[in-house]
Design a protein around this ligand. Structure first.
Ligand code: ADE
Ligand code: ZN
Length: 333
């Protein structure tokens, strides 16, 4: 076995956690096609191959347009259950033992789908994941930042009725021009209700959006954050406060944040002592789940097995698992 084969085997077999996964972004073309027929929802594609070949993006917004269109096929509780269960089967295959899942309720409630339909379908699949495979999970509700704060307060009201299922709130969608400060009152209200907070920041947007997420939204983690290296003072603060950055390498390539994986700054972030880990973001659209992200990135950046262990440990350490569960997984890596 050559050196890279042994790294690949290590990645496949080690228990892993995932902290940045949009459940709607795990909608594979096959399921999209099946649900479009089941629910009689038209999609602008004639075949599964045609769907796949449409996945060429130039930036975040060009992806989001297709991603929201894809979500239109999700109508019933069974659809949300099936979507989540398919992702859980990928977790089982990839040896992901803990996952923290984002969902975008506003992309469904805007189409007349009840909030309860969405959350109950997702939650039932996660209960089954725990009982059949022992896979643990949390749910994080994301606000769509291209919408007004006022509309987001409506969805926060729904979330408060499902506090037993939702651990935290996040911020996603079109980043540039929608700074975190736009949502300060909303996040204050969410924190008052007992939700933990995270936010997408510094994916395409400037380091300033990372500062605002920390100082105004009081986030426990930054999602992406790859633009932080442009600001030395920010890097110092991220290190000092041990703020996790949920990096998604294949996503960054597909959305042209970096031109190729060999030029991704993950290794530089690691070498700077930042608490980074690898995640898949929207794997059905970006060409791979967690193991593929880890394997491809390790190859492109020449990561050593020690680097990969740090990434995987960082993910458990940064999760919303209790200390006992964290330590028990950390001892297995
Ligand atoms: N929604 C789904 N994927 C996203 C991403 N990578 N950035 C912002 N919003 C998203
Ligand atoms: Zn994301």
């Amino acid at each position: 076995m050559n050196n890279f084969e042994s790294i690949e085997n290590f990645i496949k077999n080690v228990p892993k956690s995932e902290l940045h996964l949009h459940i709607e972004g795990s909608l594979e073309p096959e399921l999209m096609f099946k649900l479009s027929k089941r629910n009689k929802v038209e999609i602008p594609f004639k075949s599964i191959e045609e769907i796949r070949s449409a996945y060429n993006f130039s930036n975040l917004d060009s992806f989001l347009k297709i991603y929201y269109e894809g979500s239109n096929v999700l109508i019933t509780e069974q659809d949300f259950f099936d979507l989540t269960w398919e992702y859980i089967l990928k977790c089982k295959r990839d040896n992901i033992v803990h996952t923290e899942i984002f969902f975008d309720p506003q992309s469904h409630t805007e189409r007349g789908i009840e909030f309860d339909t969405v959350i109950n379908g997702i939650n039932k699949a996660l209960i089954k994941a725990k009982s059949e495979f022992g896979i643990t999970s949390e749910i994080i509700m994301c606000f769509l930042r291209h919408l007004d704060e006022e509309l987001c307060f409506e969805v926060l009201k729904h979330a408060t009725k499902h506090k037993d299922k939702i651990i935290g709130v996040g911020l996603d969608s079109s980043e540039k021009g929608n700074p975190p400060q736009k949502f300060k009152r909303l996040f204050d209200a969410a924190i008052k209700e007992g939700f933990l907070t995270v936010a997408h920041a510094g994916e395409e947007g400037p380091p300033e959006y990372i500062w605002e997420s920390i100082n105004l939204l009081k986030v426990k983690r930054i999602d992406h954050g790859v633009q932080c290296l442009k600001d030395k003072k920010l890097v110092e603060i991220l290190k000092e406060k041990n703020i996790p950055l949920t990096v998604c390498p294949l996503s960054n390539i597909k959305l042209c944040v970096f031109d190729k994986l060999e030029n991704h700054n993950l290794k530089e972030m690691l070498d700077n002592g930042l608490r980074v880990m690898v995640n898949s973001d929207d794997p059905a659209y970006f060409g791979g789940y967690l193991n593929t992200n880890l394997i491809e990135t390790s190859k492109a950046l020449n990561l050593r097995i020690e680097d990969i262990k740090v990434l995987i440990k960082n993910s458990f350490k940064s999760s919303f698992l209790d200390e006992k569960s964290k330590n028990s997984w950390l001892n297995k890596i």
